[in-house]
Ligand binder design. Structure first.
Ligand code: UT7
Length: 373
């Protein structure tokens, strides 16, 4: 019997600190009017020093698990889509796995910039549909404020920090994520990048002084590319899922710029009311923007069980994609299980400390340099 991948839990986390356009206009030569009229952004959330991509991802993940009534040890796979990982390695997903105590999950990061959440959603869906796993946690998380040049008015006005997570579960019931389109064009890689810090241009005093470790963008080119691909990817994913556009309750686009979203909506010939926009309050949270917008749409009563929805995004790479789904909501267990995120945090921390301690003891027993096991 065919398995379907249903979205049964969701959670989001944004830093408490809000940076308004007025505040930005004290740092750089810009105005609230310019930012609002060119991008639609009014404010964005910025991570505190003790917050990072992993801490936001963990907060979002635990909320999603609570809603889905699942324990972390019931998760088979964790994918964290991010362009601002904690480290080059280990993967941020492994840190999330440890912090929530998902003791049976494989975990990896996916790098496809702002399209990453769609790519990750598709990878988790395919793993469920092929019956290789039953339950997945897909997280989009960013702290791009750490990779922003706060002196560059072309980019620093755009980005914000945040995370959003979906729980996907297998079911024989038709529904859930039904199709996805994933596309890339590396010839445009230089249009939006963080050039230094990788193997091509390792971090050095020179790269830091030349500001090559922060976001560089050709805004106009990215804008043109985005307008070109948003409509076609949306139509293609709906066609693959055999869902007519008229039946779609909500289009949830990547929240990069209100003008890009409006132009995609014009191309699709649908009213703006059928498109979710919250870029005004969060800015561009990159791969986290689609799950955050989805969760706000649910909160506003704009997305309910049974509704047809399409997610569409674009970003660095260049990458772009879309996914069509029938919205599900939590699988309600006969008796609602109590799932307590706070206790899981404590349990996971204890488990992590014990595992480190055990590795230390093992080192003493076997000898630090003895590898003849
Ligand atoms: O997830 C993907 C992330 N990237 C994107 O989505 C970026 C897509 N591109 C955009 O959103 C837009 O291209 C921007 C918002 C970045 C820029 O808007 P634009 O309408 O394309 O402006 P522009 O780059 O064509 O610049 C127009 C003018 C320039 O001045 P001159 O040369 O005409 O005198 C800029 O220097 O606006 C100036 N400008 C600003 N002025 C005030 C650029 N940034 C600012 C600013 N405040 N922050």
């Amino acid at each position: 019997m065919t398995k379907y991948a249903h979205i049964t839990g969701w959670g989001m986390a944004v830093p408490e600190r809000i940076m308004t356009n007025a505040e930005l206009s004290k740092l750089i030569d810009t105005t609230d009017d310019w930012i609002v009229s060119h991008t639609g952004v009014r404010e964005r959330h910025i991570a505190a020093p003790d917050q990072s991509t992993a801490t936001l991802a963990v907060d979002a993940a635990l909320k999603a698990l609570e809603l889905a009534c699942l324990r972390p040890d019931e998760i088979d796979l964790i994918i964290v889509s991010t362009s601002s990982p904690e480290h080059v390695f280990p993967a941020t997903a492994c840190l999330v796995q440890d912090a929530i105590g998902a003791s049976k999950a494989g975990a990896f990061d996916l790098s496809a910039a702002c399209s990453g959440f769609i790519f990750a959603l598709n990878m988790a869906t395919q793993a469920i549909r092929s019956e290789s796993i039953k339950t997945a946690l897909v997280i989009g998380a960013e702290t791009l404020s750490r990779f922003t040049n706060w002196e560059d008015r072309n980019t620093c006005i755009l980005f914000g920090d945040g995370a959003g997570a979906f729980v996907l579960q297998a079911s024989d019931e038709p529904g859930g994520v039904l199709s996805a389109v994933m596309r890339s064009d590396g010839s445009g890689g230089d249009l939006l990048s963080v050039p230094a810090g990788g193997s091509h241009l390792p971090a050095s005093h020179e790269t830091v002084s030349k500001k090559q470790h922060v976001i560089q963008m050709n805004g106009r080119e990215v804008f043109r590319f985005a307008v070109r691909v948003m409509e076609s990817a949306t139509r293609e994913s709906l066609e693959k899922a055999a869902i007519p556009l008229e039946d779609v309750t909500l289009v949830i686009p990547h929240q990069a710029n209100r003008r890009i979203i409006e132009s995609a909506v014009r191309g699709l010939e649908i009213p703006m009311e059928r498109c979710m926009v919250n870029v005004d309050r969060y800015g561009n949270t990159s791969t986290a923007s689609i799950p955050i917008a989805t969760i706000e749409a649910i909160g506003a009563g704009r997305l309910k069980a049974g509704d047809k929805v399409v997610f569409v995004g674009f970003g660095a790479g260049l990458t772009w994609g879309a996914a069509a789904a029938v919205w599900t909501g939590p699988f309600l267990a006969p008796v609602k299980r109590k799932v307590r995120p706070v206790s899981y945090r404590l349990y996971a921390r204890t488990r992590s400390i014990l595992r480190r301690l055990w590795r230390h003891i093992e080192g003493i027993i076997w000898g630090r340099n003895n590898l003849d096991w």
